[in-house]
Design a protein around this ligand. Structure first.
Ligand code: C2E
Ligand code: MG
Ligand code: MG
Length: 634
């Protein structure tokens, strides 16, 4: 409407102008040529006035429309927070958005006056990338995206994502380049921070398993190129579990930290060492190292572990067992070398010796494992796997929000084997999906009962890669939920990072399907895996379960607390809620509460327990905050 009104006004104005121009001529014609008023002589001037008026009106309208479009474009582009510009092929800038000033410190006018300033803002190291992307754009006329650093007027470097696209004329020829540049410095900071987390063990700050494996593989390649041999030493502390059980995990953690420091200090700089697992360390000796060198290093490491530690008034002396595998005799890649060094360590432990070298017969020892395999296979098929439940609580009040279902395998003597032992075995046997399904099914039925009894809680189940990646995973899960008489909203699913990255596309589709149905999806043990930001951003999930290594480290100082704060900030920016795992002390709880972490799980609140005990726990709680000191002893 508006549009045609403007058009009519323009035409009327054109016709009016034309009449004003032509009327004097018509009057003069009457006076001097015709000599009297003859209306029929006005027909031609009137026609000319209309034609001319319409022409003028069109020009006027086009001019105004162009101006209005220009103003509209500027209004939108000026308002945007991104730095945008349009540049002709000869380099002249046609438009620069004012946001350039907040990004670079240069004003839009400065850039318009000196277009080369744009190129000069690019970090010298990234200049080739910048040129290549523009060159590609000119050649292919396809939009280009690059991430690079820009330098501000003060010389500060900022990470930006630069989108450049073509401006084409009607014939399809490239006439200019339009570009938008977004500041991604914060995201990059998070990324590099997370990458750092990915390579180091947060407790001991030693390289982690992933880093070790990568570096060992690189060492293999270098040694292969030089035809050199070298040694890999696997170290495992003796009876460390006993220290943990008898004195608590925090004492255990402190010991590991001190030991790690001593080991680092006691090794030559060319020895790569890292924490492989709980109380396991791996040492990679430099190319050219021999069996004798390995023996000497292991002896020295043992002496280091044996030296007494004092911790919370207690004196500890740690024992350790060592296994050695030599490249190339005992393995040609990182995986084989670590596996065989581990097998040698196992033999050393069994024989109560401190150091063993790998030998081929050790492979035979695997037969012992067969025994366990048979038992576990039976336990799974006969549905003997039991489920324990651990409360997930509100940090501030201790109110139970949900319970995590955890698998338990009871041994003939009544004791339980740790899932940390039998879950990997079930994985190896290719039975883990059956175990998971069994635990989930039992947990759903149990939740159905609790729901009926009026308890307003949810249940969280773990899924292994093998189960999660089955094509009918979602269907099966939904069926189990329906059969138990509960709804998807009652269920949370915990996935570890390694589960997700095995098949990103499949994971994305399944997570979307689960969330669509109302199931909340959690990333479990966050911080222990590869921790690439990429999967967090490309696989939207609801909950981030922060690994307990972060929580136990928190009391060690500001830096460690900053890490937790960083993870909380990251989760917030990704709109995920956080559950802190492994909260064991009131001090940790208070720190988490102060940082705004809302949910937690850990021995401070309650240990995993059988259904009947959990029910008693819920009853005792009666909706109010539980006595936290008393709740941890299950
Ligand atoms: P998770 O999923 O991270 O489960 C939490 C583990 O942390 C549990 O160990 C729990 O007992 C332990 N934990 C809880 N609070 C504390 C605390 O305050 N301090 C310490 N030190 N530990 C705490 P659990 O039951 O031994 O399970 C170990 C892992 O085994 C689980 O880690 C999970 O990855 C796996 N798992 C357990 N049940 C299943 C299952 O049904 N299916 C699959 N696929 N994995 C399972
Ligand atoms: Mg879990
Ligand atoms: Mg966990």
């Amino acid at each position: 409407m508006e549009h045609s009104r403007y058009k009519i006004i323009a035409y009327l104005q054109g016709i009016l102008a034309a009449i004003l121009v032509i009327a004097p001529f018509a009057v003069l014609q009457h006076i001097y040529v015709v000599g009297a008023f003859r209306p029929q002589y006005l027909a031609i001037p009137a026609l000319v006035a209309v034609v001319l008026g319409l022409l003028l009106g069109t020009v006027l309208w086009l001019h105004r429309d162009l101006r209005r479009q220009g103003e509209l474009f500027k209004a939108v582009a000026d308002f945007a927070l991104e730095f945008s510009y349009v540049q002709r092929l000869d380099g002249r800038l046609l438009y620069v958005s004012p946001a350039v000033e907040s990004l670079t410190g240069y004003s839009a006018d400065a850039l318009l006056a000196d277009p080369t300033l744009v190129d000069r803002c690019i970090h010298p190291d990234d200049a080739p990338l910048w040129r290549e992307s523009h060159e590609r754009l000119r050649q292919t006329r396809e939009p280009q995206v690059v991430e690079l650093r820009m330098l501000t007027a003060e010389g500060e470097s900022r990470w930006v994502r630069h989108y450049a696209g073509p401006v084409l004329d009607a014939a399809g020829a490239l006439t200019a380049i339009r570009a938008t540049t977004i500041d991604v410095t914060r995201q990059k900071d998070y990324e590099s921070y997370i990458r750092m987390l990915a390579d180091y063990d947060p407790l001991t700050e030693l390289p982690n398993r992933r880093y070790l494996q990568r570096e060992l593989q690189a060492a293999v390649q270098q040694a292969a190129a030089r035809g050199a041999e070298f040694a890999v030493i696997f170290m495992d502390l003796d009876r460390f579990k006993f220290v943990n059980d008898a004195h608590g995990h925090s004492v255990g953690d402190q010991l590991l930290i001190k030991l790690a420091q001593r080991l680092r200090a006691g090794c030559r700089a060319d020895v790569l060492l890292g924490r492989f697992g709980g109380d396991e360390f791996v040492f990679v000796l430099p190319a050219g190292s021999t069996r004798d060198d390995a023996q000497a290093v292991a002896t020295k490491l043992l002496a280091i572990a044996n030296e007494p530690f004092t911790q919370q008034g207690l004196r500890f002396s740690l024992g350790a067992s060592f296994g050695v595998a030599m490249y190339p005799a005992d393995g040609l890649n990182a995986e084989a070398l670590i596996k065989n060094a581990d097998a040698a360590m196992y033999q050393a432990k069994r024989a109560s010796e401190s150091v063993r070298f790998f030998s081929q017969e050790m492979g035979d020892q695997a037969t012992a494992a067969v025994h366990w395999e048979t038992l576990l296979r039976e336990a799974i098929t006969q549905r003997h796997i039991e489920v324990y439940y651990q409360p997930i609580v509100e940090v501030a009040t201790g109110r139970v929000l949900a319970v995590e279902a955890l698998a338990r395998w009871r041994q003939p003597d009544g004791s339980f084997l740790s899932p940390a032992t039998f879950i990997p075995l079930a994985e190896e046997l290719g039975r883990i999906h059956l175990l998971d399904a069994q635990v989930a099914e039992k947990a759903f039925v149990q939740l159905g009962r609790w729901r009926k009894a009026g308890y307003d809680i949810k249940v969280s189940v773990n899924a292994s890669a093998r189960r999660f990646q089955q094509p009918d995973f979602c269907t099966e899960l939904f069926r189990g939920i329906a059969e138990a008489g509960i709804v998807p909203r009652d269920v949370k699913l915990e996935l570890t990072e390694s589960t997700l990255i095995e098949d990103m596309d499949g994971s994305r589709a399944r997570i979307a399907e689960l969330r669509e149905a109302g199931i909340e999806v959690a990333i479990d043990d966050f911080g222990t895996g590869f921790s690439s930001l990429g999967y967090l951003t490309s696989l939207p999930m609801d909950i981030l379960k922060m690994d307990r290594a972060f929580i136990s480290a928190m009391e060690r100082g500001r830096r460690h607390r900053a890490v937790v704060e960083g993870v909380l900030g990251l989760a917030r920016s990704l709109e995920m809620s956080v559950i802190a795992e492994g909260v064991e002390t009131e001090a940790q709880r208070q720190m988490l509460a102060a940082m705004g972490c809302e949910a937690a799980q850990g021995f401070l609140f309650a240990c995993p327990m059988p259904a009947a005990e959990l029910e008693a726990y819920l009853r005792a709680q009666g909706g109010a905050a539980p006595d936290r000191r008393g709740a941890g002893g299950a």
